[in-house]
Design a binder for this molecule. Structure first.
Ligand SMILES: Nc1ncnc2c1ncn2[C@@H]1O[C@H](COP(=O)(O)OP(=O)(O)OP(=O)(O)O)[C@@H](O)[C@H]1O
Ligand SMILES: Nc1ncnc2c1ncn2[C@@H]1O[C@H](COP(=O)(O)OP(=O)(O)OP(=O)(O)O)[C@@H](O)[C@H]1O
Length: 485
């Protein structure tokens, strides 16, 4: 059982007072609870209070009492707590201790003294449950975002704790893997485990959750049974900042003609000796918003990094407005917002972060930065340190830098993975504005709502190869439907 009694927690930051307030929450053993609410409402903070990372690792002022299985968590060490509570973080990379995937899955078991034979048995079982046997014995640094997320889920599953804390576990996963994850949660439920999931994606767990906690501005606003939650009107769900509770359906769309094209030819890239990316030609209309789709590990991020010059060994040509550029010059044309935005936040304040990607920081640049931050709903964070923001807020800062860069080809790797409905719409609107200004956008996404809102072309990658490219014809809409279901 988990009990939070009159709990308030404020992060120790000089710039802004943030955290959660007056939290009273009792979760009986065996319940599956979903925490939801807009970006920055405090979901992650609640998970950190339960797994003890706040205030042990994330320092701040804690009031009230937290009981885990009737023991006051302030009286036990993080190590003791971690044997009862297993966590998958929003950013899987931040929880890795090992270099290879199998050692990582074994790590928690080894730490709790589980016998070797039992440990190997568990590793085999979770790898099977999550359909990830092919990811065993791999270098963790050479895995895709979704593959890392799978390892993080597997390592917690192997520990078999009483309580599972999952912070947006599905955000980098393809639908096939999400459905594997759902089955794993179903298994935990049958075993009587307690599961707390903070999520923006609601639909995949709807049939498993017992209770839904809705938060706003650091407070619990509603505590509902799943039945009550299902009765809320879809319009109100979006008003609350939440994503759809049902799967999205795609249809044929009339095509806005974007006839003039540019093209990439003979793109190739190898990891070690193995030729991974191999795309003979893609012709892209200027101003297109291209959704890049594919299963976890298909090569989406690799293609994106190649296009923006981050993979130096990429070969190929860009035929752009009458000139031909070889791969080493592509970086002058393109800017990428990475999947893990922590890699590209460098400065001390949100405003500086935006100014950093502009050519100068004169008054005109400042006004432009001001507008970008307002458009992204970040104006109250001007002077805040980017790394002290919530996941979704950081993501928006990085998008702001891309806009500020003024480059013509903009690449976004999962720009809405941690975002609520309202901010997803905000990002979509920005994408459309950028396209109407003549920028061409590539958006790697596992987010069906974003895809439907703003992408007008689709590029499907499979194992490093271009499977298909095109607009929203009936055939392509059907292909996307079968990919997302
Ligand atoms: N390490 C930190 N230091 C200071 N403030 C923080 C830190 N992490 C989060 N916050 C602040 O606490 C508040 C709640 O953030 P939290 O990460 O719990 O939200 P969330 O609901 O999980 O958001 P998201 O859906 O965007 O991940 C936000 O205002 C955020 O800026
Ligand atoms: N540094 C590396 N060395 C070797 N192989 C790598 C490296 N980085 C990625 N890979 C492999 O290349 C393949 C493509 O990875 P990539 O990150 O491009 O996939 P993705 O389509 O973006 O996946 P996701 O949806 O999970 O983010 C994966 O199988 C991955 O394991």
């Amino acid at each position: 059982m988990i009990v939070l009694k009159n709990v308030s927690f404020f992060y120790h930051t000089e710039e802004h007072k943030s955290g959660v307030y007056d939290i009273n929450l009792t979760v009986p053993s065996g319940q599956i609870v979903m925490l939801c609410g807009a970006s920055g409402c405090g979901k992650t903070t609640i998970t950190r209070l339960i797994n003890g990372l706040a205030p042990t690792y994330y320092q701040g002022e804690l009031k009230g009492q937290i009981l885990i299985n009737n023991v006051d968590s302030s009286g036990i060490t993080l190590y003791e707590l971690s044997q009862k509570v297993g966590s998958v973080f929003q950013n899987p990379r931040s929880q890795f201790f090992s270099i290879d995937s199998t050692s990582e899955i074994a790590f928690g078991c080894e730490n709790t003294g589980i016998p070797r034979e039992e440990m190997y048995h568990r590793i085999g079982q979770v790898a099977k449950d999550l359909n990830m046997e092919y990811l065993l014995d791999r270098n963790l640094f050479a895995l895709s975002g979704g593959e890392k997320q799978k390892i993080a889920c597997a390592s917690v599953a192997a520990m078999q704790p009483d309580i599972f804390i999952l912070d947006e576990p599905s955000s980098n996963l393809d639908l096939r893997t999400i459905s594997d994850l759902k089955e794993v949660v179903r298994k935990w439920k049958a075993q009587g485990k307690t599961v707390i999931v903070a999520e923006h994606r609601l639909y995949y767990l709807m049939e498993l959750v017992d209770r839904i906690i809705y938060m706003e501005d650091g407070k619990i606003i509603r505590d509902m049974s799943t039945e009550e939650f299902k009765k809320i009107d879809e319009k109100d769900i979006h008003q609350m900042g939440l994503r759809s509770r049902t799967a999205i359906h795609f249809e044929e769309k009339e095509h806005t003609n974007k006839d003039e094209t540019f093209s990439f030819t003979n793109i190739s890239f190898s990891y070690k000796k193995y030729k991974f990316l191999d795309i003979p030609e893609i012709k892209i209309p200027f101003g297109a918003i291209v959704g890049i789709l594919g299963y976890n590990g298909a090569g989406k991020s690799t293609l994106a990094k190649s296009i923006c010059g981050l993979e130096k060994k990429t070969k190929g040509f860009l035929n752009y407005k009458g000139s031909i550029f070889s791969a080493k010059d592509w970086k002058n044309k393109s800017y990428m917002v990475m999947q893990d935005v922590n890699h590209q936040l460098f400065t001390e304040s949100v405003l500086d972060e935006i100014l950093l990607s502009m050519e100068n920081d004169n008054e005109e640049a400042k006004q432009k930065a001001d507008k970008i931050l307002k458009d992204l709903n970040l104006e109250k964070f001007y002077d805040v340190h980017p790394l002290s923001l919530s996941g979704g807020q950081k993501q928006r800062v990085a998008i702001g830098s891309a806009i500020a860069s003024g480059k013509e080809l903009l690449i976004f790797d999962e720009p809405t993975s941690g975002l609520d409905y309202k901010h997803m719409l905000g990002v979509s609107k920005l994408m459309k504005n950028l396209s109407s200004e003549g920028k061409t956008l590539f958006i790697i996404t596992h987010d069906p709502e974003l895809l439907k809102e703003c992408c007008d072309y689709l590029l499907f990658l499979d194992n490093g190869k271009l499977d298909w490219f095109g607009g929203w014809t009936q055939e392509n809409a059907d292909r996307v439907n079968s990919f997302f279901i």
